[in-house]
Design a protein around this ligand. Structure first.
Ligand code: TYC
Length: 116
């Protein structure tokens, strides 16, 4: 059938479905839960090497070298910074990974997860 199933205007599929008529859309649409997001914050200290923080930002947070360096320097200069934003379980796992990697090397780097 020309114009697609249902015969509605293919450029305006809202006209095809009676549940989507004007004024009804918000009343019938299923609400999709959007889970809260958590910032993973890295804190500055005087002992963790800059290169190690950059490596953490690359390996655990998936940043490229220039963004990782910029975030590390912002933390170094301001005291803390956001490494990434995730759902709670992922954020908490990243915090554990940061602490594990830092402790393995004997560095005092600290991280925390904070609800947005
Ligand atoms: N301040 C550290 C140094 O001068 C570098 C550093 C940056 C440490 C960021 C922790 O989260 C941090 N070696």
């Amino acid at each position: 059938m020309a114009g697609g199933a249902g015969g509605g205007n293919p450029r305006n599929p809202q006209t095809e479905d009676p549940r989507r008529e004007e004024g009804v859309l918000t009343a019938t649409r299923k609400r999709v839960a959007r889970p809260p997001r958590f910032k993973v914050i890295l804190y500055n200290d005087d002992y963790t090497p800059m290169e190690f923080v950059v490596m953490i930002l690359e390996q655990i947070f998936g940043k490229g070298p220039s963004e990782a360096t910029a975030i590390m320097l912002a933390i170094h200069n301001s005291g803390l910074g956001i490494a990434g934003v995730f759902v709670q379980e992922v954020a908490e796992t990243k915090v554990v990974q940061v602490h594990g990697a830092a402790e393995q090397r004997g560095f005092p780097l600290r991280a925390g997860a904070e609800k947005e």
